[in-house]
Design a protein around this ligand. Structure first.
Ligand code: SF4
Length: 410
């Protein structure tokens, strides 16, 4: 896979050494066991895969190049380039301004843009409508486009299925930039509807089977279906694609479930599945799969707590948190400053969508065993700083330099 010029402030000597050594020993990526760092009375259990993915490194390289090549010009990002507050703050410090927030709300008047401006498209991609609005302003949206190729792959899959006459069901978070972009690209080719989870898929199934009156569909799924959607006609042949960062098990479950519903409704024999259901594999990206598999591998070990690092609005990170929460106390943190002391941690509660402070989060037993992973938009340098902070809080800071040397020496 192509490698990118990641700015030095995002790199970590320790994490780079660990990743390189693991990669050299496991080129086919079959080993999902974590690395174990012995730091005296602290044991860090580090997931096999985490941190910057292809799409994020690509986006960062393009954004930094845009700044370099356009001195004196106004440079904008359509919205957050990736869901990492530190990286986005760095871009803003370089003079890049955001046009919208992650939900699509304007942060500045659109009229202020003009053809001399540079606009960077974020890694999630954008809608065809916004691309056209930029062209109308005389701004080329493809010049500094950081749309991840794995997101474009989903659009291509949706377009192909759509051209074959199926309605597209997008499994994704309706407000997420990537799902909004995928919805836009898909509905340009075929009727499309977004479902956010299994509960909504089960509700949609009631319109496939006819158990709910068609009229009610337009209220229940308001804002989530393409214009002109005819519930009586457009749920007879379907295909499922998904946001690249969903939970693998849920995505598979929804596709399998909807397939069974539609086959049962039309009493389709197994050898004629394709008449009703575009039977394709999920459209999760490699980073989502690797990071979730690595968390599953990590969770086979014993530990006291898990720490997951990433932006609170990061979809892929939140699914890593969900997996860890099934097994042990888990703290979803932004950065090392969230580890306020050995008594208090500031972290994001996925269930209330609020940042909270928990007391006595570090158990008293020694060695203390802490699992650590991070999302695809989290710099390795941040993971290293969290390890350092944990070492400091447990009185093991002197071990960091030695362990780094050990991994570098290999
Ligand atoms: S998480 Fe996947 S789809 Fe998203 S930017 Fe990274 S590689 Fe691309």
């Amino acid at each position: 896979m192509k490698s990118f010029n990641v700015p030095v402030q995002y790199r970590s000597p320790l994490v780079t050494a660990i990743k390189q050594k693991r990669k050299a020993a496991d080129k086919m990526k079959r080993d999902f066991t974590p690395a174990v760092l012995e730091l005296g009375s602290l044991q860090v259990i580090l997931a096999r895969h985490f941190g910057f993915c292809y799409g994020v490194e690509n986006a960062i390289e393009i954004a930094f190049r845009a700044v370099e090549e356009n001195k004196g010009k106004r440079i904008f990002l359509l919205s957050e380039m990736i869901h990492n507050p530190g990286v986005n703050a760095d871009l803003q410090a370089m003079g890049i301004k955001f046009i919208m927030d992650t939900k699509g709300n304007m942060l500045m008047p659109w009229d202020e843009l003009n053809s001399d401006d540079v606009v960077i498209i974020p890694a999630f991609g954008t809608t065809l409508e916004l691309e056209q609005q930029l062209r109308d302003k005389g701004i080329d949206p493809t010049h500094y486009e950081t749309t991840c190729p794995f997101v474009e792959k989903v659009w291509n899959r949706a377009e192909k299925i759509g051209d074959d006459g199926y309605t597209i069901i997008v499994h994704g978070k309706p407000g997420h930039e990537e799902t909004r972009a995928t919805f836009s690209h898909s509905k340009a080719r075929t009727h499309t509807i977004v479902v956010k989870d299994m509960e909504q898929a089960q509700h949609l199934a009631k319109y496939i089977t006819g158990d709910l009156p068609a009229d009610q569909f337009y209220t229940d799924f308001k804002g989530s279906y393409s214009e002109g959607f005819d519930v009586a006609k457009d749920l007879q042949r379907i295909g499922v694609v998904n946001q690249t960062t969903m939970l693998a098990s849920e995505t598979q479950g929804i596709a399998d479930y909807l397939k069974q519903v539609i086959l049962a409704k039309y009493q389709t024999p197994a050898d004629k599945i394709n008449e009703r259901f575009a039977d394709t594999r999920d459209t999760l990206c490699y980073a989502t799969n690797d990071n979730q598999s690595a968390v599953q591998g990590m969770l086979e070990q014993q530990a006291d707590i898990a720490i997951v690092i990433g932006g609170y609005n990061s979809s892929n990170t939140s699914h890593l948190v969900e997996l860890c929460e099934l097994k042990l106390p888990t703290f979803f943190i932004n950065d090392e400053h969230c580890l306020v002391s050995d008594k208090a941690v500031r972290h994001f509660d996925l269930h209330t969508h609020k940042e909270v402070v928990s007391e006595n989060y570090l158990p008293a037993n020694r060695p203390l065993r802490v699992m650590i992973t991070s999302g695809a938009s989290c710099p390795d340098a941040l993971v290293e700083r969290v390890i350092e902070r944990l070492a400091e809080l447990t009185g093991n800071e002197n071990r960091i330099a030695a362990i780094t040397e050990e991994w570098i020496a290999g």
